[in-house]
Design a protein around this ligand. Structure first.
Ligand SMILES: [Zn+2]
Length: 436
């Protein structure tokens, strides 16, 4: 429904301003904060096809026409910024787009280059295929890097290695540009600082630092297909359910895990479509398969706490809203380790300035079938979603200006990544002291 409205609107836009807007241009989109009238919920709007996102207040990404429709339903909207920011023109198919963000090809070149340049520090793994690759239509491998000062038995894709593991998992939602770029910079920090930065050196001597920079590379290709006005592709590109306009197909990989998967999350054209069944997507299988190898199950039934001896920390990066979300994400019931999960979350929150919440956390909807609930729920590993960035402005939303990586995001996130990696040794025990 929503895409039909978008398509009509962009058509109208072309008619009235042929001189400045090409037929291929994405529609004008802005962020609006929302105050909902009694009787209307965020979940209702998601069901109606609106692109509602996390945020300190509920935020919608809407065309001017959609904004008018919402106002007609009694929603009070406050425009917080436009989705697109001007960038100097760049050509499709390069290593970067939209002012400097890395394409899927750019990430893959980078992964190969750091692995080749640092054979003592990096192992690069192919954990599985993207949906397009399984169809023989191009596509990508789902790549993972293990970064450490490699000693015998390290990075062996098992749960019995000596070093506790920190896993950084990014760009499962392709349009959340900052997330993959943060992984890129984290990889560079680690490989370039070993032996010179004492804190990084200590980490690399004592931890396995796993990175999945692109959990949804087919989606990243769609996003980068217009390098000046990236396409807001959230899901993978599996359109096998049929019945959707091309821009609406795909499965929300962060609703597709085999933990608390919920068929009621939406139909095939919805942004939160969970797939025909749990674990239906090859990307989900690749990620779960990797994490399944890396972490032993230290947790019994769903209501049992994790063993106190559990090691590891998992962060999945998303945008936006300046939030840290701890399990559970599928319910407001307390996770059995809620106190400890929130305690570690608050340590990272002290470094990022993000509050920690659980359940629907004030955003008004749940995330059944998400990666973090799956890993905590099935293995006991403390697992968090970071929602990075403000609701609007040049550094806000899905598509911040690239300069915000240096001015805001990396300085904000680097200390939290360092902390999470340190905490991986005893996440349910004595936590490292937070400095700063
Ligand atoms: Zn996301």
């Amino acid at each position: 429904m929503r895409r039909l409205v978008v398509a009509l609107c962009s058509f109208a836009l072309v008619l009235v301003s042929l001189t400045s807007v090409s037929a291929a241009a994405p529609p004008d989109l802005s962020y609006y904060s929302m105050r909902l009238p009694t009787g209307l919920t965020v979940a209702d709007l998601i069901k109606d096809g609106y692109d509602v996102t996390h945020g300190t207040r509920p935020t919608v990404v809407a065309t001017p026409a959609e904004a008018e429709q919402l106002r007609a339903r009694g929603v009070v909207l406050g425009k917080t910024g436009d989705v697109y920011h001007p960038v100097s023109r760049s050509e499709p198919g390069g290593a970067t787009y939209y002012g400097g963000y890395h394409t899927a090809a750019g990430h893959e070149q980078h992964n190969a280059a750091v692995a080749a340049a640092h054979p003592d520090l990096v192992k690069l793994y192919d954990t599985g295929d993207s949906w397009l690759k399984t169809q023989g239509q191009g596509g990508h491998d789902i790549q993972a890097l293990c970064i450490t000062k490699l000693a015998a038995g390290d990075c062996a894709l098992n749960s019995t290695g000596k070093k506790p593991k920190f896993v950084l998992h990014t760009q499962i939602h392709a349009r959340e540009l900052v997330t993959g770029e943060t992984a890129y910079q984290w990889i560079d920090l680690l490989v370039s600082s070993y032996g010179t930065d004492p804190e990084v050196t200590e980490l690399m001597d004592t931890r396995e630092l796993w990175v999945v920079p692109m959990a949804n590379p087919d989606g990243v290709d769609v996003v980068a297909s217009n390098p000046d006005r990236p396409v807001l592709q959230r899901k993978n590109v599996d359109d096998s359910a049929g019945g959707c306009p091309a821009s609406d197909g795909g499965v929300d990989l962060n609703r597709n895990s085999s933990f608390q998967w919920n068929v009621n999350e939406g139909g095939p054209c919805d942004e939160t479509y969970p797939g025909a069944k749990a674990l239906s997507e090859p990307e989900t299988m690749a990620i779960q398969g990797l994490l399944d190898k890396l972490f032993a199950d230290t947790k019994g039934d769903i209501d049992d706490p994790a063993a106190a001896s559990t090691t590891g920390v998992f962060l999945t990066l998303h945008s936006f809203g300046n939030d840290i979300l701890a399990p559970w994400g599928y319910t407001n019931d307390d996770a059995p380790d809620k106190a400890a999960l929130v305690a570690l979350g608050k340590k990272m929150g002290a470094l990022t300035g993000y509050p920690v919440s659980t359940g629907d956390g004030g955003v008004g909807y749940f995330a059944p079938g998400a990666t973090d609930d799956w890993l905590y729920g099935t293995r006991g590993v403390p697992s968090y979603t970071f929602e990075i960035g403000p609701d609007g402005g040049s550094c806000g939303g899905f598509l911040p200006a690239y300069s915000c990586m240096a001015s805001l995001f990396w300085p904000t996130l680097k200390p939290a990544l360092m902390y999470a990696a340190q905490a991986a040794a005893t996440p349910y025990g004595k936590l490292p002291i937070t400095v700063g």
